[in-house]
Design a protein. Structure first.
Length: 239
């Protein structure tokens, strides 16, 4: 439609808009004169057409072009930066729309954005209310506190902080505190079970369970080829 007249093609310098009305075009697409590259006046270019406003989910760039917002975004201010996501998506730290905030982040219901949990929280409901804690931290009244009991690997909290698992070569003793484990001279410390175990019978002292782990031998044996063996009977040796 041009000046109230229906035409098969718009005149030179004009292109049809989204309503098939011929509008002034400052620069036409050289490969397709029905499409406009730069629109005139207060119109914006959308897929080769000049429109009065960009549809929902698009932004207007510096060239007065309608550019689609990121995936699942219904409002954005510049390319790649989302202001509002469609339901049920949220805006993450990179301004993209996601179905779920990552670990250590939570959804702010007022802004629809992912916000970071407080320090040492693994997951949270709000920035001040933790659900779970990072390693070496324990859940105490909606907050995460460092497990700082001496030689303790894992703490639990029930009115007071206590230790449930100690570091290597320590065990949970009285008052739930970690006590250093002293093995006997004929024992070695087993890291897998966190207990003292008896050396091989040929060893007087050792670093592990096998004959090859002997550090010293019983009085009736000698160290040979990295293991304890019976002393030879010298009376049987003929010179």
């Amino acid at each position: 439609l041009y000046e109230g007249i229906c035409l098969e093609e718009c005149p030179s310098g004009y292109t049809p808009d989204d309503q098939n009305v011929c509008r002034v075009c400052l620069k036409q697409d050289p490969t397709n004169f029905r499409k406009c590259v730069i629109c005139d006046g207060d119109r914006f270019q959308l897929n080769g057409f000049c429109v009065t406003q960009c549809p929902r989910g698009y932004l207007i760039n510096s060239k007065r072009q309608c550019v689609k917002c990121p995936l699942d975004c219904i409002s954005c201010e510049e390319e790649g930066v989302c202001l509002k996501c469609r339901t049920p998506f949220f805006i993450d730290a990179s301004s993209k729309c996601v179905l779920k905030c990552p670990n250590q982040w939570h959804v702010d219901p007022e802004t629809g954005k992912c916000k970071q949990c407080s320090e040492n929280c693994q997951s949270c409901i709000t920035s001040k209310s933790c659900l779970s804690c990072m390693n070496q931290y324990v859940f105490v009244k909606s907050q995460c506190q460092k497990c700082n009991l001496p030689n303790c690997q894992t703490c639990i909290y029930s009115n007071t902080m206590t230790c449930s698992k100690c570091q290597k070569q320590y065990y949970v003793g009285q008052n739930n505190m970690c006590v250093h484990m002293e093995c006997q001279s004929n024992e070695y410390y087993d890291q897998e079970t966190s207990t003292c175990k008896t050396c091989d019978q040929s060893c007087q002292s050792c670093r592990g369970p096998s004959q090859q782990d002997c550090l010293t031998c019983q009085s009736t044996e000698v160290m040979f080829d990295s293991k304890c063996q019976k002393k030879p009977d010298l009376s049987l040796i003929h010179i």
